[in-house]
Structures are given as structure tokens and as C-alpha cells.
Design a protein around this ligand. Structure first.
Ligand code: ZN
Length: 354
């Protein structure tokens, strides 16, 4: 075992991290993360993780991250043989839980980027991106004790927090939670074209603000459930039956409509988001995860909101119905919309668009 002082760097492609198995079980194991160049200071091609600093609101409605300082992960290099989870490679082994969470974040972000790129999304504009470990946060970013990761739109920054609960799998180590947060980054990129721009809808007095919040959560959960093919990815960390997408509980009700939600500090965007994510899961059940994800991406491109007033869930659902119809899943999509979105006035497409 070689102990390195903090001013050195650790340059090995192998990190000890939390690992999610295909069946959704978590353990600690070795992963290859060539994207991380320096495992002491958390720098690499995805970007740098820095400590502290501040995430504050910007005049245009986006966020900005400033003041982060160079980070030190206390870690050692060990040669782990097969009996000790390793492959005989040199492995960077963090000496505390914070380091384990940061290594897991980097490994999961690298994996999420690769999965999304493989499905045709150009994530180039957002990398390298910042990640802020334990920053001070503007109170308007609603962070609850159940949150350990977030994406701050406009700053193109991941916000990472130590584990706030005594969980078997810390939320920040939950691969689905990271793919969800990365989903916010993707949805922001696809709807604005610029990771550093403000969101389209920034006025909490307008319905578009609440549509945006819920469509964001809906896409984030869609991405997490489909890329992991797991309808209840959060449960490994926190039991949240209200967020699972593979049953019929998620149905749009009056209280979820933005017209009835014009109170930003008390707003809960998730219930409506779960309806959209459950709609996408219905497509997955009738096809496969990649087909369902491709339909959603196609629908966002078709919807193409360009101003706040475009951020509205009926037009988006109509785009989803057309994209599903084009993919040969019109019947399933229309049945799902009828069951889950009866309050929205959409029409079932008559056939594929030319
Ligand atoms: Zn979210």
C-alpha cells in the first residue's frame, strides 16, 4: 500500500465506488473510469469537482456557481486481487465515505454520458462541466434532506451533498438518481440548446413555470427508469412508491394542473412528472427501453419550445402521441393518454406523419 500526500495526484483508471448490478442491488466494487485524470483532486475530461463555493440565482432566472476551491479526496492506491474485488489493477481507494461518493459520482456521470451519447444525443456542449461538493445554496433552490444531488440549470453545475440520512445506499451513490439529475441537464440542453442559458420559463406567476418544473422531473425520471430499465430505481435508497412508473397510480388530477399550483415555495412538481414518466413506461412495456426513450427524444424535438408560453404539457403530450404513432405505438400511446391524461385535450393521431 502506498500512501500519497495530498499534493500528489493519483492517476489510475480504476476507482473503488458503489456499483449497481443489473438486478438493482448495490455493492462496493472496482470500476474503470478513464475519464478521471486525478483521483485526489477530482479533475478529468468530464470536468472538475470543487469544494464549497456558492450557487446563487442570476438576474435572468438561471443559476451561477462561483467560488469553489480545489478539492482533496483522501485516498490510497492499492493493488486489489480477485479475492478483494479487484482485477490486479492499481485501484484508487478513498479513505472516507465522502471520497467514495465522489468517485461514484464521477463513474456514474461517465456511464450516463456514454449511455445518452449512444442513443444519439450530442452532450458535447455541456462538457467539461462543474460539480460542486457541499456548496452554499440559495434557498430558492429547493433542497430537502432527501436530496443529495441536483443539477443547477444555467450554471451547468452538478450540486453534490453528503448523505443526509442513514440509508443503505446513499442517494448520491444511487445510479438512477444521477441519471435522473443528468436528465435535467439533457432536458435543459434539448429545450434551450445551451447549457448556460436560463430556462425558458422563469416567472413563477405563470403556468409555464410549473409545466417546466414537472416536465423536467418527468423527463429526468423517464431517463433514469428507461436507461436502467428499472421502474422504481429510487427504492434502493428510499422507498417512494409514489414515484414508481410501472403501475396505474399516476393519473393527472386537477390539483396537479399548473393553473392550480401558482405558489412556487410550496410547489411539488413530481406528481405530474410521474404521470409523464409513467406514460413513457407504458411505451416501454409495449416495446423496449430504447424504443421508448427514442420516442421521447423525438417528441421533444417535435415539440421544440422556443419561448415560455410554449412550455405547456398538452402540446408536449400531443408531440409524444405523434412520435409514438410514427414508431408504430400509436394505439398504446393513445390508450395510455386516455387513462392518465384525460384532463388534457389531445387528439389521437390518425397515422404517421410524412
Ligand atoms: Zn429532479
Amino acid at each position: 500500500m502506498l500512501v500519497l500526500s495530498a499534493c500528489s495526484s493519483i492517476q489510475t483508471d480504476h476507482l473503488l465506488t458503489w456499483v449497481r448490478a443489473d438486478d438493482g442491488a448495490y455493492s462496493i466494487g472496482v470500476r474503470e473510469v478513464p475519464e478521471l485524470d486525478d483521483a485526489i483532486h477530482m479533475t478529468g475530461e468530464l470536468g472538475a469537482v470543487t469544494y464549497g463555493g456558492r450557487i446563487a440565482s442570476r438576474a435572468d432566472g438561471g443559476w451561477v456557481y462561483t467560488g469553489g476551491v480545489k478539492l482533496t479526496v483522501h485516498a490510497v492506491v492499492m493493488d486489489l486481487d480477485e479475492d478483494n474485488m479487484g482485477t490486479g489493477e492499481s485501484v484508487a481507494v478513498p479513505l472516507d465515505e465522502d471520497g467514495l461518493l465522489l468517485y461514484t459520482f464521477y463513474a456514474n456521470l461517465a456511464a450516463a454520458r456514454a449511455e445518452v451519447e449512444a442513443r444519439g444525443v450530442d452532450t458535447g456542449p455541456m462538457f467539461p462541466m462543474d460539480a460542486a461538493w457541499n456548496p452554499a445554496v440559495n434557498p430558492l433552490i429547493e433542497i430537502t434532506p432527501a436530496d443529495n444531488a441536483a443539477y443547477a440549470t444555467g450554471s451547468n453545475t452538478f450540486l453534490l451533498l453528503p448523505d443526509g440520512g442513514d440509508r443503505d445506499v446513499p442517494l448520491l451513490a444511487n445510479q438512477g438518481a444521477l441519471i435522473h439529475e443528468f436528465g435535467h441537464a439533457i432536458f435543459h440542453l434539448l429545450t434551450t440548446g445551451d447549457p448556460f442559458s436560463a430556462p425558458l420559463a422563469t416567472d413563477p406567476a405563470e403556468e409555464s413555470y410549473y409545466w417546466q418544473a414537472s416536465l423536467h422531473e418527468g423527463f429526468a425520471d423517464t431517463q433514469a427508469t428507461l436507461l436502467l430499465d428499472d421502474p422504481s430505481f429510487i427504492d434502493a435508497s428510499i422507498e417512494m412508491p409514489e414515484r414508481r412508473v410501472d403501475d396505474d397510480h399516476a393519473v393527472l388530477t386537477e390539483d396537479m394542473l399548473p393553473a392550480n399550483r401558482l405558489e412556487p415555495l410550496l410547489d411539488d412538481p413530481y406528481p405530474l412528472g410521474t404521470v409523464y414518466a409513467s406514460f413513457a413506461w407504458d411505451l416501454r412495456v409495449a416495446s423496449d427501453p430504447d424504443t421508448a426513450y427514442a420516442i421521447v427524444l423525438d417528441a421533444i424535438a417535435r415539440w421544440a419550445p422556443s419561448r415560455a408560453s410554449d412550455v405547456e404539457g398538452t402540446a408536449y403530450l400531443q408531440a409524444l402521441l405523434q412520435s409514438a404513432t410514427d414508431a408504430g405505438l400509436g394505439e398504446v400511446a393513445c390508450a395510455s393518454a386516455e387513462a392518465r391524461f384525460a384532463l388534457l385535450a389531445t387528439t389521437c393521431p390518425t397515422g404517421p406523419m410524412e
